[in-house]
Structure formats: C-alpha cells, structure tokens
Write a protein that binds this ligand. Sequence first.
Ligand SMILES: *[C@@H]1O[C@H](CO)[C@@H](O)[C@H](O)[C@H]1NC(C)=O
Ligand SMILES: *[C@@H]1O[C@H](CO)[C@@H](O)[C@H](O)[C@H]1NC(C)=O
Ligand SMILES: *[C@@H]1O[C@H](CO)[C@@H](O)[C@H](O)[C@H]1NC(C)=O
Ligand SMILES: *[C@@H]1O[C@H](CO)[C@@H](O)[C@H](O)[C@H]1NC(C)=O
Ligand SMILES: *[C@@H]1O[C@H](CO)[C@@H](O)[C@H](O)[C@H]1NC(C)=O
Length: 542
Amino acid sequence: MPLNLAVAASICSLFCSLFAIVSAEDPYRFFNWNVTYGDIYPLGVRQRGILINWQFPGPDIHSVTNDNLIINVFNSLDEPFLLSWNGIQNRRNSFEDGVYGTTCPIPPGKNFTYILQVKDQIGSFYYFPSLAFHKAAGGFGGIRILSRPRIPVPFPDPAGDYTVLIGDWYKSNHTDLRAHLDKGKKLPLPDGILINGRGSGAAFNVEQGKTYRLRISNVGLQNSLNFRIQNHKMKLVEVEGTHTLQTTYSSLDVHVGQSYSVLVTADQPARDYYIVVSSRFTSTVLTTTGILHYSNSAGPVSGPIPGGPTVQIDWSLNQARSIRSNLTASGPRPNPQGSYHYGLINTTKTIRLSSSAGQVNGKQRYAINSVSFIPADTPLKLADYFKIGGVFRIGSISDNPTGGGIYQDTAVMGADYRAFIEIVFQNDEDIIQSYHLNGYQFWVVGMDGGQWTSASRNQYNLRDAVARVTVQVYPKSWSAIYIALDNVGMWNLRSESWARQYLGQQFYLRVYTASTSLRDEYPIPKNARLCGKAAGRHTRPL
Ligand SMILES: *[C@@H]1O[C@H](CO)[C@@H](O)[C@H](O)[C@H]1NC(C)=O
Ligand SMILES: *[C@@H]1O[C@H](CO)[C@@H](O)[C@H](O)[C@H]1NC(C)=O
Ligand SMILES: *[C@@H]1O[C@H](CO)[C@@H](O)[C@H](O)[C@H]1NC(C)=O
Ligand SMILES: *[C@@H]1O[C@H](CO)[C@@H](O)[C@H](O)[C@H]1NC(C)=O
Ligand SMILES: *[C@@H]1O[C@H](CO)[C@@H](O)[C@H](O)[C@H]1NC(C)=O
C-alpha cells in the first residue's frame, strides 16, 4: 500500500540521495509494512500466523518495469526476520536480497527499508519470509510487474487480474515445525492446501463472457500442486517473467516456488464452478477447492470435483516441455538489448549439481554435491564487502558431484562475471525437486529421465526455451539450464522444498568482478544493518 506523501517525503529525504546514483528518472513506490503475529484459522483451527499489515496472505506489490520499490519493514515479531523476493533480480544489488547470506536479519522491534528496482523485468512473482521457517506461518504475498504503458503485451487487457497463492499447509505452527527439524527429524505430510490463505471456499468473481488473468504461485513448503477449474480451460500466457506461446491447458502443474499466469474466459452457463488444487506425486492426495463465481450465477457449485493427474510423471514432463517462449512477443528478456540469442552462444562452463539426503551426527540433513549448507555468523555478502576473513571459502562446494558422504560447510561457489554457463541438476532421489536461483532468470533448455550425459545436449531446446527463475527436477531425472552471469553479487541457489533448504540443500554463487564501477555493482546501502563480524563497520567511509 503506497504511503501518504508526507511519509514518502520524509523517507525520500533519507534515501533520495541514493536514488540519485541509482535511477533518478524511474518512478518509485513506497510501502510501509508492519509484520506481526495474529490469529488465523486456515484449516479451521486457530494458529498464530505471520501477518503483514494485519493481512494473511500479505498485501500484493503492484509495480511497473523499472519502478523503484521502497519497502520499510517493521519487525514486530519476537524473532529476527527477513523478507526475500522470489523473482526480483536486484540487479547489481544483492545486498537487498533478504536472505541470510546477503542481508542482516531485522531484529525484533526494529525495521529495515529495502530499496529494490524491478529493472528490465515484467511478470508474476511473490515475496516470502526467508529465515527460521517463518514461511510455514505466512508472511508471503504476490508481486506483479506490469509492462510499461507503451510496450505491447501479447494479449488484450483482461477484465480482472487475480493473485492466486496456493500452497500446502500444516496445522502446527512454525516454531513447532522448526523444533522438529532442529531435532533432526523429517516433517510429516502437510495437513491441507490453501488458496489465498483459505483451506476452502476462496472465491474469485467473474462476469460472464469476460476474460481474467490469474497469477498462480506455489508458495507452499514442499508439494507440487495441480491447478484446474471445473468446465473451464486455461490459456498460459506468462511464466516468471516470460511471455509464453499461448497454449491451452485443462490443468496445470505448479511446482513449489513457481509462478504462472493464465487467462480464463467465463464462457460457461452462469453458475459457480470449482477451482481445484491437489497435491502431485504423493501417496495420499490432498485436495482443496475454491469457487469461480459468475456475477449472474444461477446456483452454487455442483457436480463431482474434477479430477487431475496424481502420480504421473510423464504427463508433467510433457506439459513442462510444451511451455515455450513467444519469440515475437515484446517484453524484457534476460538479454534486454536483444543482442544475442541464448542458443547461439557457447557455454563457458558446466556445473553439475546433485542432491542427497542423509544423517549427519544423527540428524537429518540435505546436501548439494555432498555439502550441507550451514549459515556463517556473518552474511557472506557483508564479509566479502568488508573483506572479513574466516567467514567463508570460495570453492567450499565442488562444481561436480563428488560421490562422497554428506558434510557441513558454508558452501560458496565462485563464478566469473559475464560467463555463460550451463547448470545440470541431477536428481538421483525418488522425489520431485525444485530449485531457485536469486538474481537471475535462466533458460530451461532441457529435462528428461535418467542420468544426464553430454549426449543429453542433443535434445536441448536451443530455440524457444522459457526463461524463468525456478525449475523442477523430476524423480530420477535431470534438468539443464543456461545462465548469462551478468549480475554481480552473492546469489542464493536453493531447493524450494523448505525443509530441505532449511537443512542444508542450498549454497551461494559468488558472481565476481574486480571492477568497482557502479555499472557493475552498487555500493552497500547506507541503511544496511550490520551484524556478526560486520557489526561496527561503516557503510560509508567516515
Ligand atoms: C505494529 O503493530 C503492533 C501491533 O498492533 C503495534 O504495537 C506496533 O506499534 C506497530 N508498529 C508500527 C511501526 O506500526
Ligand atoms: C526505519 O524506518 C525509519 C522511518 O520510520 C527510517 O528513517 C529508517 O531509515 C529505517 N531503518 C532502516 C535500517 O532502514
Ligand atoms: C506471440 O506474440 C505475438 C505478438 O504479440 C502475438 O501476436 C501472437 O499471438 C503470440 N503467439 C502465440 C502462439 O502465443
Ligand atoms: C507454537 O505452539 C506451541 C505449542 O504447540 C507453543 O508453545 C508455541 O509458543 C507456539 N509458537 C508460536 C509462535 O505461537
Ligand atoms: C562455438 O564453438 C564452436 C566449436 O568450437 C565454434 O565453431 C563456434 O564459432 C563457436 N561459436 C561462437 C558464437 O563463439
């Protein structure tokens, strides 16, 4: 919710000198958020949820390409807190990323003003609390970045534009779930699925004959979900910042951490219809329903709840392969100047990442290339900036699977600015995985069952692969992505399965240049909180 002008002006007096360096000509939007505990009843029992301005889910962020977002977050919880931004690239500015590897937690009773710019971006994303398993209690909300007014969008303006946050949910609160993980145990199956914070009955109003955009994000903790609407088709138009070929689906798999925009036309007889979300690849299928309500509805939902795919992997893989970029649609792309096509560039390096699960000292841990991440006492980006030794080691994670047993370290992988790399996610485990990289959009060039080999490259899509921020890896399968490392910083690469990232399935990619030019990286924000070994340092020379 934008602030009133007086407050905006007082914040501006503090930060506008920074905008002057950054992007004076681009508009900025102010948000003032109070993060509190509050009672919520998503599955019918009272829980202590995390609210933002007394809302669960939190308020949406509406923005336009290149806007500056000034978000002042007051932490009224009794625990340190951070928000992070799934999909906002924070170009040249990983300090604002809001994960513990880049940003000091906001202490209880304190605030921190994030200064973000949605530079060269469009699309549908979400924000979420990144620390201490807070995500299990709420604190998330939708982010939409609209195209600038004169930039054509490859479909007519919809009659309405809805944020649809879906996700699995536990009746246990986040402190109990966290204690469970800290004891070294796995989480039980979730208790249900929510649509916009409700275990049932979330309603979306439509007028007969009109077309609506639904921005669907899976903000849950682990389950892939299938989304469908009784008697209605969905036309996919956007995936995490890319306009897609407009393909029609009767149901859509949304893996944890992913976002999709679909157009739905209210072209059926006027009544209410089920919106259905059900879990994928689980032995017990969790299902929840919401309502698509026609304004001239003749009656409530009726008929059987439409079924969807449950354990079928090939169905999902085929759907994933059918999702392509619309090459003629305008809109910011990972190479905004359009100066190259990703399929024509030789990659300079291949990184292969393989997950594993196991016990360390009698406790459950998860690892990438055998390293199970443990946080340092200081955000890695701050240690890097202030040249504080002894916090992390570059190369503390190998860029190929080692085959060894799991061990714990503060895993940081070095990478060269402007390299063009291939990352292969190999999943030898029997569960579906989902990976996210902060700071970037990447091209999903291929995925298939079995072991990746160099011959797998023959089947890559080097023409119209979709560029996105989160990729699924099917059980006993691989997925491959290409990334242009054009964003300097310390970037979190993590499992979006929240217990797995909490217990170590993540690391940081340090994209480095020796240059100190503002064109490559911004200096530390003046208002950055300093903690750990960085406490007492100065964000500007005295
Ligand atoms: C946030 O909400 C809490 C609880 O209502 C209140 O005590 C506190 O003053 C609020 N903080 C701000 C900065 O508005
Ligand atoms: C906290 O909010 C105040 C405005 O209420 C602002 O002046 C201050 O810079 C904020 N603190 C941080 C660390 O961003
Ligand atoms: C791709 O985008 C163009 C340009 O906006 C549009 O005319 C066309 O319908 C789109 N094609 C598909 C298959 O979505
Ligand atoms: C979570 O529930 C437990 C009881 O099961 C309670 O002791 C704890 O205070 C609760 N945590 C929060 C944040 O409400
Ligand atoms: C890519 O590598 C091939 C084989 O080494 C070479 O012939 C080609 O010119 C390279 N392409 C580019 C764009 O550098």
